[in-house]
Design a protein around this ligand. Structure first.
Ligand SMILES: Cc1ncc(COP(=O)(O)O)c(C=O)c1O
Length: 511
Protein backbone atom coordinates (compact mmCIF):
# COMPACT_ATOMS: atom_id res chain seq x y z
CA UNK A 1 0.00 0.00 0.00
CA UNK A 2 1.01 3.59 -0.39
CA UNK A 3 2.78 6.25 1.57
CA UNK A 4 -0.47 7.21 3.32
CA UNK A 5 0.01 4.20 5.57
CA UNK A 6 3.79 4.11 5.74
CA UNK A 7 4.13 5.64 9.18
CA UNK A 8 1.33 3.68 10.88
CA UNK A 9 2.20 0.88 13.25
CA UNK A 10 1.40 -2.54 11.80
CA UNK A 11 -1.85 -3.10 13.76
CA UNK A 12 -3.18 0.38 12.88
CA UNK A 13 -2.09 -0.19 9.30
CA UNK A 14 -3.91 -3.52 9.17
CA UNK A 15 -7.05 -1.95 10.65
CA UNK A 16 -6.95 0.82 8.04
CA UNK A 17 -6.45 -1.68 5.26
CA UNK A 18 -9.34 -3.76 6.62
CA UNK A 19 -11.70 -0.80 6.68
CA UNK A 20 -10.79 0.19 3.15
CA UNK A 21 -11.36 -3.40 2.04
CA UNK A 22 -14.73 -3.51 3.83
CA UNK A 23 -15.79 -0.31 2.09
CA UNK A 24 -14.71 -1.72 -1.19
CA UNK A 25 -16.61 -5.00 -0.62
CA UNK A 26 -19.75 -3.02 0.31
CA UNK A 27 -19.29 -1.11 -2.88
CA UNK A 28 -19.20 -4.19 -5.04
CA UNK A 29 -22.27 -5.77 -3.49
CA UNK A 30 -24.30 -3.25 -5.51
CA UNK A 31 -24.42 -3.48 -9.27
CA UNK A 32 -22.15 -0.71 -10.46
CA UNK A 33 -24.12 2.29 -11.69
CA UNK A 34 -23.24 2.47 -15.32
CA UNK A 35 -24.49 4.05 -18.49
CA UNK A 36 -23.91 0.68 -20.04
CA UNK A 37 -25.85 -1.21 -17.40
CA UNK A 38 -28.35 -3.35 -19.20
CA UNK A 39 -31.15 -2.94 -16.70
CA UNK A 40 -34.15 -1.43 -18.40
CA UNK A 41 -36.94 0.22 -16.55
CA UNK A 42 -40.18 0.12 -18.33
CA UNK A 43 -42.44 3.07 -18.40
CA UNK A 44 -45.65 3.19 -20.34
CA UNK A 45 -44.01 1.57 -23.36
CA UNK A 46 -40.76 3.51 -22.97
CA UNK A 47 -37.64 1.86 -21.66
CA UNK A 48 -34.65 3.58 -20.20
CA UNK A 49 -31.36 2.38 -18.78
CA UNK A 50 -31.39 2.83 -15.02
CA UNK A 51 -28.32 4.63 -13.68
CA UNK A 52 -28.87 2.85 -10.37
CA UNK A 53 -30.19 -0.58 -11.31
CA UNK A 54 -30.84 -1.71 -7.73
CA UNK A 55 -32.33 1.54 -6.50
CA UNK A 56 -35.73 1.34 -4.78
CA UNK A 57 -38.48 0.74 -7.32
CA UNK A 58 -40.50 3.49 -5.67
CA UNK A 59 -41.03 5.22 -2.35
CA UNK A 60 -42.02 3.35 0.83
CA UNK A 61 -44.11 5.20 3.38
CA UNK A 62 -44.07 2.94 6.42
CA UNK A 63 -45.07 5.36 9.19
CA UNK A 64 -46.10 8.93 9.73
CA UNK A 65 -43.02 11.12 9.32
CA UNK A 66 -41.40 11.56 11.76
CA UNK A 67 -42.08 8.01 12.94
CA UNK A 68 -41.32 6.73 16.44
CA UNK A 69 -37.62 6.06 15.85
CA UNK A 70 -37.13 9.45 14.22
CA UNK A 71 -38.95 11.14 17.08
CA UNK A 72 -36.69 9.48 19.62
CA UNK A 73 -33.59 10.48 17.62
CA UNK A 74 -34.84 14.06 17.31
CA UNK A 75 -35.48 14.24 21.04
CA UNK A 76 -31.97 13.00 21.76
CA UNK A 77 -30.44 15.43 19.28
CA UNK A 78 -32.44 18.37 20.57
CA UNK A 79 -30.69 18.10 23.92
CA UNK A 80 -27.41 19.14 22.30
CA UNK A 81 -28.28 20.73 18.93
CA UNK A 82 -31.03 23.11 17.84
CA UNK A 83 -33.53 20.99 15.89
CA UNK A 84 -36.07 23.71 15.11
CA UNK A 85 -35.07 23.83 11.45
CA UNK A 86 -35.11 20.03 11.10
CA UNK A 87 -37.00 18.81 8.04
CA UNK A 88 -36.61 15.05 8.49
CA UNK A 89 -34.27 12.73 10.35
CA UNK A 90 -32.33 10.74 7.74
CA UNK A 91 -30.43 7.48 7.66
CA UNK A 92 -27.70 8.00 5.06
CA UNK A 93 -26.41 4.46 5.20
CA UNK A 94 -29.76 3.29 3.89
CA UNK A 95 -30.23 6.12 1.38
CA UNK A 96 -29.33 5.24 -2.20
CA UNK A 97 -29.51 6.95 -5.57
CA UNK A 98 -32.50 9.30 -5.72
CA UNK A 99 -33.99 7.97 -2.47
CA UNK A 100 -33.51 9.26 1.04
CA UNK A 101 -34.26 6.84 3.91
CA UNK A 102 -35.19 7.52 7.52
CA UNK A 103 -34.76 5.44 10.70
CA UNK A 104 -38.40 4.23 10.53
CA UNK A 105 -38.10 2.48 7.20
CA UNK A 106 -39.53 5.33 5.14
CA UNK A 107 -37.85 5.78 1.77
CA UNK A 108 -38.68 8.98 -0.11
CA UNK A 109 -37.96 10.08 -3.66
CA UNK A 110 -35.76 13.08 -2.93
CA UNK A 111 -36.30 16.03 -5.27
CA UNK A 112 -34.86 18.50 -2.77
CA UNK A 113 -31.47 16.75 -2.46
CA UNK A 114 -29.94 18.51 0.56
CA UNK A 115 -31.00 21.93 -0.66
CA UNK A 116 -29.86 21.27 -4.23
CA UNK A 117 -26.51 19.87 -3.19
CA UNK A 118 -26.40 16.13 -4.03
CA UNK A 119 -25.29 15.77 -7.65
CA UNK A 120 -25.07 12.07 -8.47
CA UNK A 121 -27.04 10.16 -5.87
CA UNK A 122 -26.72 8.99 -2.30
CA UNK A 123 -23.98 6.40 -1.84
CA UNK A 124 -22.98 6.73 -5.48
CA UNK A 125 -20.54 3.84 -6.11
CA UNK A 126 -18.13 6.00 -8.12
CA UNK A 127 -17.95 8.52 -5.28
CA UNK A 128 -17.51 5.74 -2.72
CA UNK A 129 -14.59 4.51 -4.78
CA UNK A 130 -13.03 7.99 -4.74
CA UNK A 131 -13.84 8.39 -1.04
CA UNK A 132 -12.11 5.17 -0.05
CA UNK A 133 -9.01 5.58 -2.21
CA UNK A 134 -5.58 5.85 -0.58
CA UNK A 135 -5.26 9.25 -2.29
CA UNK A 136 -8.39 10.50 -0.51
CA UNK A 137 -7.34 9.00 2.83
CA UNK A 138 -4.03 10.83 2.64
CA UNK A 139 -5.72 14.12 1.80
CA UNK A 140 -8.24 13.75 4.63
CA UNK A 141 -5.79 12.97 7.40
CA UNK A 142 -3.14 15.39 6.16
CA UNK A 143 -5.31 18.43 5.45
CA UNK A 144 -2.98 21.19 4.32
CA UNK A 145 -3.02 24.93 4.97
CA UNK A 146 -3.27 25.28 1.19
CA UNK A 147 -1.79 28.74 0.76
CA UNK A 148 1.36 27.78 2.65
CA UNK A 149 1.80 24.05 2.18
CA UNK A 150 -0.02 22.78 -0.92
CA UNK A 151 0.71 19.18 -1.83
CA UNK A 152 2.72 18.43 -4.94
CA UNK A 153 -0.40 17.03 -6.63
CA UNK A 154 -2.65 20.08 -5.93
CA UNK A 155 -2.15 21.47 -9.46
CA UNK A 156 -3.09 18.11 -10.91
CA UNK A 157 -6.15 17.76 -8.67
CA UNK A 158 -7.29 21.21 -9.80
CA UNK A 159 -6.62 20.82 -13.51
CA UNK A 160 -8.19 17.36 -13.74
CA UNK A 161 -11.14 18.35 -11.54
CA UNK A 162 -12.38 21.84 -10.68
CA UNK A 163 -10.64 23.52 -13.63
CA UNK A 164 -11.62 20.83 -16.15
CA UNK A 165 -15.15 22.26 -15.97
CA UNK A 166 -14.19 25.94 -15.61
CA UNK A 167 -16.64 28.27 -17.35
CA UNK A 168 -15.46 29.33 -20.81
CA UNK A 169 -12.88 32.12 -20.61
CA UNK A 170 -11.98 31.52 -16.96
CA UNK A 171 -8.89 29.46 -16.24
CA UNK A 172 -8.01 30.10 -12.60
CA UNK A 173 -9.63 29.29 -9.32
CA UNK A 174 -9.52 30.40 -5.71
CA UNK A 175 -10.91 27.66 -3.51
CA UNK A 176 -13.00 28.20 -0.38
CA UNK A 177 -15.28 26.24 1.91
CA UNK A 178 -18.94 27.26 1.40
CA UNK A 179 -21.12 29.25 -0.96
CA UNK A 180 -21.11 32.30 1.31
CA UNK A 181 -17.35 32.05 1.66
CA UNK A 182 -16.93 31.82 -2.13
CA UNK A 183 -18.99 34.99 -2.58
CA UNK A 184 -17.18 36.92 0.11
CA UNK A 185 -13.83 35.96 -1.37
CA UNK A 186 -15.09 37.19 -4.73
CA UNK A 187 -16.14 40.53 -3.17
CA UNK A 188 -12.69 40.97 -1.67
CA UNK A 189 -11.07 40.19 -5.02
CA UNK A 190 -13.33 42.82 -6.63
CA UNK A 191 -12.49 45.51 -4.07
CA UNK A 192 -8.74 44.90 -4.29
CA UNK A 193 -8.96 44.98 -8.09
CA UNK A 194 -10.89 48.26 -8.07
CA UNK A 195 -8.50 49.98 -5.65
CA UNK A 196 -5.50 48.79 -7.61
CA UNK A 197 -7.10 50.24 -10.74
CA UNK A 198 -7.69 53.58 -8.99
CA UNK A 199 -4.25 53.66 -7.37
CA UNK A 200 -2.23 52.38 -10.33
CA UNK A 201 -0.90 48.87 -10.83
CA UNK A 202 2.53 49.20 -9.23
CA UNK A 203 1.83 51.95 -6.72
CA UNK A 204 2.64 51.04 -3.11
CA UNK A 205 0.14 51.59 -0.30
CA UNK A 206 0.68 54.88 1.53
CA UNK A 207 1.33 55.06 5.26
CA UNK A 208 -1.99 56.87 5.59
CA UNK A 209 -3.81 54.01 3.88
CA UNK A 210 -2.17 51.48 6.17
CA UNK A 211 -2.89 53.47 9.33
CA UNK A 212 -6.49 54.25 8.41
CA UNK A 213 -7.20 50.61 7.45
CA UNK A 214 -6.40 49.66 11.04
CA UNK A 215 -9.15 52.08 12.16
CA UNK A 216 -11.71 50.86 9.59
CA UNK A 217 -11.52 54.35 8.12
CA UNK A 218 -10.89 56.07 4.82
CA UNK A 219 -8.79 55.86 2.71
CA UNK A 220 -7.51 52.39 3.78
CA UNK A 221 -11.08 51.08 4.20
CA UNK A 222 -12.61 52.60 1.08
CA UNK A 223 -16.21 53.54 0.40
CA UNK A 224 -16.96 50.88 -2.18
CA UNK A 225 -19.89 48.50 -2.49
CA UNK A 226 -21.23 45.38 -4.14
CA UNK A 227 -24.53 45.86 -5.95
CA UNK A 228 -26.98 43.00 -5.57
CA UNK A 229 -30.63 42.52 -6.48
CA UNK A 230 -33.86 42.52 -4.52
CA UNK A 231 -34.87 38.99 -3.43
CA UNK A 232 -31.30 37.77 -4.05
CA UNK A 233 -29.60 35.22 -1.82
CA UNK A 234 -25.81 35.15 -1.62
CA UNK A 235 -25.21 33.66 1.81
CA UNK A 236 -25.35 34.40 5.50
CA UNK A 237 -21.80 35.29 6.52
CA UNK A 238 -21.33 38.96 7.41
CA UNK A 239 -20.28 40.32 4.02
CA UNK A 240 -22.45 38.08 1.88
CA UNK A 241 -25.45 38.81 4.13
CA UNK A 242 -25.32 42.46 3.10
CA UNK A 243 -25.99 41.34 -0.47
CA UNK A 244 -28.72 38.86 0.56
CA UNK A 245 -32.21 40.33 0.25
CA UNK A 246 -34.50 37.34 0.33
CA UNK A 247 -35.97 37.24 3.85
CA UNK A 248 -35.72 39.51 6.92
CA UNK A 249 -35.23 36.53 9.24
CA UNK A 250 -31.75 36.00 7.71
CA UNK A 251 -30.72 39.60 8.33
CA UNK A 252 -32.41 40.83 11.52
CA UNK A 253 -30.08 42.13 14.25
CA UNK A 254 -26.97 41.82 12.09
CA UNK A 255 -25.13 45.03 11.22
CA UNK A 256 -24.91 45.43 7.46
CA UNK A 257 -23.10 47.46 4.83
CA UNK A 258 -25.07 50.26 3.19
CA UNK A 259 -24.89 48.76 -0.29
CA UNK A 260 -27.25 49.24 -3.23
CA UNK A 261 -29.96 46.82 -4.32
CA UNK A 262 -31.40 46.97 -7.81
CA UNK A 263 -34.81 45.54 -8.68
CA UNK A 264 -34.79 42.06 -10.20
CA UNK A 265 -37.32 41.53 -13.00
CA UNK A 266 -40.61 40.06 -11.82
CA UNK A 267 -41.76 38.31 -14.97
CA UNK A 268 -45.30 37.31 -15.83
CA UNK A 269 -46.18 33.80 -16.96
CA UNK A 270 -46.66 32.18 -19.39
CA UNK A 271 -43.73 34.09 -20.90
CA UNK A 272 -45.08 33.85 -24.46
CA UNK A 273 -48.22 35.75 -23.47
CA UNK A 274 -46.39 38.61 -21.74
CA UNK A 275 -43.38 39.15 -23.98
CA UNK A 276 -43.57 42.93 -24.35
CA UNK A 277 -44.54 43.58 -20.71
CA UNK A 278 -41.65 41.39 -19.53
CA UNK A 279 -39.18 43.10 -21.86
CA UNK A 280 -40.27 46.46 -20.43
CA UNK A 281 -39.88 45.13 -16.88
CA UNK A 282 -36.34 43.95 -17.64
CA UNK A 283 -35.46 47.31 -19.18
CA UNK A 284 -36.81 49.09 -16.09
CA UNK A 285 -34.53 46.95 -13.90
CA UNK A 286 -31.52 47.58 -16.14
CA UNK A 287 -32.15 51.33 -16.07
CA UNK A 288 -32.40 51.33 -12.29
CA UNK A 289 -29.24 49.22 -12.03
CA UNK A 290 -27.38 51.76 -14.13
CA UNK A 291 -28.71 54.64 -12.07
CA UNK A 292 -27.50 52.97 -8.86
CA UNK A 293 -24.09 52.23 -10.35
CA UNK A 294 -23.73 55.90 -11.29
CA UNK A 295 -25.27 57.51 -8.21
CA UNK A 296 -24.78 55.30 -5.14
CA UNK A 297 -22.64 57.08 -2.57
CA UNK A 298 -20.32 54.08 -2.27
CA UNK A 299 -19.64 53.13 -5.89
CA UNK A 300 -19.99 49.42 -6.69
CA UNK A 301 -16.79 47.54 -7.52
CA UNK A 302 -18.97 44.70 -8.79
CA UNK A 303 -22.48 43.48 -9.22
CA UNK A 304 -23.44 39.98 -8.10
CA UNK A 305 -26.34 38.12 -9.65
CA UNK A 306 -27.81 34.62 -9.58
CA UNK A 307 -28.76 33.15 -12.96
CA UNK A 308 -32.04 32.12 -11.33
CA UNK A 309 -32.77 33.71 -7.95
CA UNK A 310 -33.22 30.51 -6.01
CA UNK A 311 -33.80 31.00 -2.30
CA UNK A 312 -35.71 34.18 -3.15
CA UNK A 313 -38.44 32.26 -4.99
CA UNK A 314 -36.99 30.89 -8.28
CA UNK A 315 -37.15 34.19 -10.13
CA UNK A 316 -35.99 34.01 -13.73
CA UNK A 317 -34.86 36.65 -16.21
CA UNK A 318 -34.12 36.36 -19.92
CA UNK A 319 -30.67 36.10 -21.54
CA UNK A 320 -31.26 39.67 -22.82
CA UNK A 321 -31.41 40.93 -19.23
CA UNK A 322 -28.10 39.30 -18.31
CA UNK A 323 -26.52 40.50 -21.56
CA UNK A 324 -27.70 43.98 -20.54
CA UNK A 325 -26.02 43.58 -17.16
CA UNK A 326 -22.79 42.47 -18.80
CA UNK A 327 -22.91 45.57 -21.02
CA UNK A 328 -23.47 47.82 -18.00
CA UNK A 329 -20.56 46.33 -16.08
CA UNK A 330 -18.28 46.80 -19.09
CA UNK A 331 -19.52 50.35 -19.67
CA UNK A 332 -18.93 51.37 -16.04
CA UNK A 333 -15.77 49.32 -15.55
CA UNK A 334 -17.01 47.16 -12.71
CA UNK A 335 -16.97 43.39 -12.35
CA UNK A 336 -19.78 40.95 -13.06
CA UNK A 337 -19.89 38.19 -10.46
CA UNK A 338 -22.25 35.35 -11.32
CA UNK A 339 -23.31 33.34 -8.29
CA UNK A 340 -23.70 29.77 -9.55
CA UNK A 341 -23.74 28.25 -6.07
CA UNK A 342 -27.20 26.78 -6.65
CA UNK A 343 -27.54 26.82 -10.44
CA UNK A 344 -24.12 25.37 -11.26
CA UNK A 345 -23.03 21.80 -12.02
CA UNK A 346 -25.63 20.67 -14.49
CA UNK A 347 -29.01 21.36 -12.92
CA UNK A 348 -30.22 23.76 -15.63
CA UNK A 349 -29.32 21.45 -18.50
CA UNK A 350 -25.98 23.24 -19.05
CA UNK A 351 -22.99 22.73 -16.79
CA UNK A 352 -23.17 26.42 -15.83
CA UNK A 353 -26.49 28.23 -16.06
CA UNK A 354 -24.91 31.37 -17.51
CA UNK A 355 -24.08 29.33 -20.64
CA UNK A 356 -27.74 29.89 -21.54
CA UNK A 357 -27.05 33.61 -22.05
CA UNK A 358 -24.49 33.62 -24.89
CA UNK A 359 -22.58 36.55 -23.41
CA UNK A 360 -20.12 38.41 -25.66
CA UNK A 361 -17.57 38.39 -22.84
CA UNK A 362 -17.57 35.82 -20.00
CA UNK A 363 -18.45 36.95 -16.47
CA UNK A 364 -15.41 38.20 -14.56
CA UNK A 365 -16.01 35.83 -11.66
CA UNK A 366 -18.20 32.74 -11.24
CA UNK A 367 -18.75 31.35 -7.73
CA UNK A 368 -19.67 27.72 -7.01
CA UNK A 369 -20.44 25.31 -4.17
CA UNK A 370 -23.41 22.97 -3.41
CA UNK A 371 -23.38 20.20 -6.08
CA UNK A 372 -19.65 20.75 -6.56
CA UNK A 373 -19.23 19.74 -2.91
CA UNK A 374 -16.12 21.92 -3.09
CA UNK A 375 -16.44 25.74 -3.23
CA UNK A 376 -14.68 28.77 -4.61
CA UNK A 377 -14.60 31.19 -7.50
CA UNK A 378 -13.32 31.00 -11.05
CA UNK A 379 -11.72 33.97 -12.78
CA UNK A 380 -9.58 34.65 -15.83
CA UNK A 381 -8.12 38.14 -15.55
CA UNK A 382 -4.64 38.03 -13.95
CA UNK A 383 -5.36 41.42 -12.39
CA UNK A 384 -7.86 39.74 -10.10
CA UNK A 385 -4.93 38.18 -8.27
CA UNK A 386 -4.18 40.68 -5.49
CA UNK A 387 -0.91 42.59 -5.91
CA UNK A 388 0.62 41.00 -2.80
CA UNK A 389 0.51 37.58 -1.15
CA UNK A 390 -1.62 37.08 1.97
CA UNK A 391 -4.26 39.60 0.90
CA UNK A 392 -6.60 36.78 -0.09
CA UNK A 393 -5.77 34.00 2.31
CA UNK A 394 -6.99 31.80 5.15
CA UNK A 395 -5.94 28.59 6.86
CA UNK A 396 -7.62 25.95 4.75
CA UNK A 397 -8.39 27.87 1.56
CA UNK A 398 -10.64 25.01 0.53
CA UNK A 399 -10.01 21.33 0.97
CA UNK A 400 -8.20 18.93 -1.39
CA UNK A 401 -10.47 16.08 -0.20
CA UNK A 402 -13.52 17.99 -1.44
CA UNK A 403 -11.71 18.87 -4.66
CA UNK A 404 -11.01 15.16 -5.25
CA UNK A 405 -14.68 14.46 -4.65
CA UNK A 406 -15.69 17.13 -7.17
CA UNK A 407 -13.32 15.52 -9.69
CA UNK A 408 -15.10 12.20 -9.17
CA UNK A 409 -18.47 13.97 -9.54
CA UNK A 410 -17.32 15.52 -12.82
CA UNK A 411 -16.15 12.13 -14.07
CA UNK A 412 -19.51 10.60 -13.16
CA UNK A 413 -21.39 13.43 -14.87
CA UNK A 414 -19.35 12.94 -18.02
CA UNK A 415 -19.50 9.14 -17.95
CA UNK A 416 -23.28 9.10 -17.71
CA UNK A 417 -23.95 12.26 -19.79
CA UNK A 418 -25.84 13.67 -16.85
CA UNK A 419 -26.07 17.25 -18.08
CA UNK A 420 -27.85 16.04 -21.23
CA UNK A 421 -29.97 13.74 -19.08
CA UNK A 422 -31.02 16.66 -16.91
CA UNK A 423 -31.91 18.79 -19.94
CA UNK A 424 -34.08 15.97 -21.31
CA UNK A 425 -35.69 15.19 -17.96
CA UNK A 426 -36.43 18.87 -17.48
CA UNK A 427 -38.29 18.99 -20.80
CA UNK A 428 -40.25 15.89 -19.88
CA UNK A 429 -41.14 17.20 -16.45
CA UNK A 430 -42.07 20.66 -17.71
CA UNK A 431 -44.41 19.33 -20.39
CA UNK A 432 -46.16 17.10 -17.89
CA UNK A 433 -46.35 19.86 -15.29
CA UNK A 434 -47.99 22.08 -17.91
CA UNK A 435 -50.60 19.34 -18.25
CA UNK A 436 -51.09 19.22 -14.48
CA UNK A 437 -51.31 23.03 -14.35
CA UNK A 438 -54.14 22.92 -16.87
CA UNK A 439 -55.92 20.25 -14.87
CA UNK A 440 -55.30 21.92 -11.48
CA UNK A 441 -55.01 25.65 -12.20
CA UNK A 442 -55.56 26.48 -8.54
CA UNK A 443 -52.52 24.40 -7.53
CA UNK A 444 -49.83 25.29 -10.08
CA UNK A 445 -49.41 28.96 -10.84
CA UNK A 446 -46.61 30.72 -12.71
CA UNK A 447 -44.93 27.49 -13.78
CA UNK A 448 -41.36 28.44 -14.65
CA UNK A 449 -38.05 26.97 -15.74
CA UNK A 450 -38.87 25.88 -19.30
CA UNK A 451 -35.66 24.88 -21.08
CA UNK A 452 -33.74 25.18 -17.80
CA UNK A 453 -33.28 21.47 -17.09
CA UNK A 454 -34.95 20.31 -13.91
CA UNK A 455 -34.63 23.77 -12.31
CA UNK A 456 -38.41 24.11 -12.28
CA UNK A 457 -40.76 25.85 -9.85
CA UNK A 458 -44.30 27.12 -9.51
CA UNK A 459 -46.30 29.15 -7.03
CA UNK A 460 -48.79 27.40 -4.81
CA UNK A 461 -51.51 29.07 -2.74
CA UNK A 462 -51.02 26.34 -0.10
CA UNK A 463 -47.30 25.79 -0.50
CA UNK A 464 -46.38 24.66 3.01
CA UNK A 465 -49.22 22.16 3.05
CA UNK A 466 -48.10 20.76 -0.32
CA UNK A 467 -44.54 20.29 0.96
CA UNK A 468 -45.82 18.57 4.10
CA UNK A 469 -48.18 16.29 2.21
CA UNK A 470 -45.28 15.35 -0.08
CA UNK A 471 -43.87 13.10 2.62
CA UNK A 472 -47.18 11.26 3.03
CA UNK A 473 -47.10 10.32 -0.66
CA UNK A 474 -43.40 9.41 -0.70
CA UNK A 475 -41.63 12.52 -1.95
CA UNK A 476 -39.22 14.90 -0.28
CA UNK A 477 -39.76 18.25 -1.96
CA UNK A 478 -38.72 21.78 -1.05
CA UNK A 479 -39.94 25.34 -1.32
CA UNK A 480 -38.39 28.78 -1.76
CA UNK A 481 -39.49 32.38 -1.44
CA UNK A 482 -42.96 32.99 -0.01
CA UNK A 483 -45.02 30.62 -2.11
CA UNK A 484 -42.87 28.62 -4.54
CA UNK A 485 -42.52 24.85 -4.74
CA UNK A 486 -39.12 24.19 -6.27
CA UNK A 487 -37.79 21.05 -7.89
CA UNK A 488 -34.13 20.28 -7.26
CA UNK A 489 -33.72 16.63 -8.18
CA UNK A 490 -30.28 15.14 -8.63
CA UNK A 491 -28.66 14.82 -12.05
CA UNK A 492 -29.42 11.08 -11.99
CA UNK A 493 -33.18 11.79 -11.99
CA UNK A 494 -34.79 9.76 -14.77
CA UNK A 495 -38.14 9.42 -16.45
CA UNK A 496 -39.40 6.73 -14.11
CA UNK A 497 -38.63 9.06 -11.19
CA UNK A 498 -40.44 11.89 -12.97
CA UNK A 499 -43.51 9.68 -13.35
CA UNK A 500 -43.48 8.83 -9.65
CA UNK A 501 -43.16 12.53 -8.81
CA UNK A 502 -45.98 13.57 -11.15
CA UNK A 503 -48.28 10.90 -9.77
CA UNK A 504 -47.49 11.94 -6.20
CA UNK A 505 -48.15 15.61 -7.01
CA UNK A 506 -51.50 14.73 -8.51
CA UNK A 507 -52.41 12.82 -5.34
CA UNK A 508 -51.62 15.93 -3.32
CA UNK A 509 -53.60 18.20 -5.63
CA UNK A 510 -56.61 15.89 -5.36
CA UNK A 511 -56.42 15.80 -1.58
C1 LIG B 1 -27.21 31.31 -4.88
C2 LIG B 1 -26.62 31.02 -3.54
N1 LIG B 1 -25.51 31.67 -3.15
C3 LIG B 1 -24.92 31.44 -1.97
C4 LIG B 1 -25.46 30.52 -1.09
C5 LIG B 1 -24.80 30.29 0.23
O1 LIG B 1 -24.19 29.06 0.26
P1 LIG B 1 -23.81 28.40 1.67
O2 LIG B 1 -25.10 28.08 2.34
O3 LIG B 1 -23.02 27.19 1.28
O4 LIG B 1 -23.00 29.38 2.41
C6 LIG B 1 -26.62 29.82 -1.44
C7 LIG B 1 -27.22 28.85 -0.52
O5 LIG B 1 -28.35 28.46 -0.63
C8 LIG B 1 -27.22 30.07 -2.70
O6 LIG B 1 -28.33 29.45 -3.08
Amino acid sequence: MTSAFRVLGSSARNASMRSLRTASIARHTRPYASAAAATKTSNGGMTETAFFPDEAAGPTVATAIPGPKSQAAIEQLNKVFDTRSLNMMADYRKSYGNYIADPDGNVLLDVYAQIASIPVGYNNPTLLLAATSPEMASHIVNRPALGNFPSNDWAEILTTGILSVAPKGLNQVFTGTTGSDANELAYKAAFMWKRRQQRGADVEFTQEEMNSAMNNALPGSPELSILSFKTAFHGRLFGSLSTTRSKPIHKLDIPAFDWPQAPFPMLKYPLEEHASENAAEEQRCLDETERLIKEWHAPPAAIIVEPIQSEGGDNHASPAFFQGLRDLTKKHDILMIVDEVQTGVGATGKFWAHEHWNLDAPPDIVTFSKKAQAAGYYYGNEELRPNKPYRQFNTWMGDPARAILFRAIVQEIERLNLVENTAAMGDYLFTNLEGLAQKYPGEIKNLRGKGQGTFIAWDSPRRDEVLKKGKTVGINIGGCGDSAVRLRPMLIFQQHHADILLEALEKIFKS
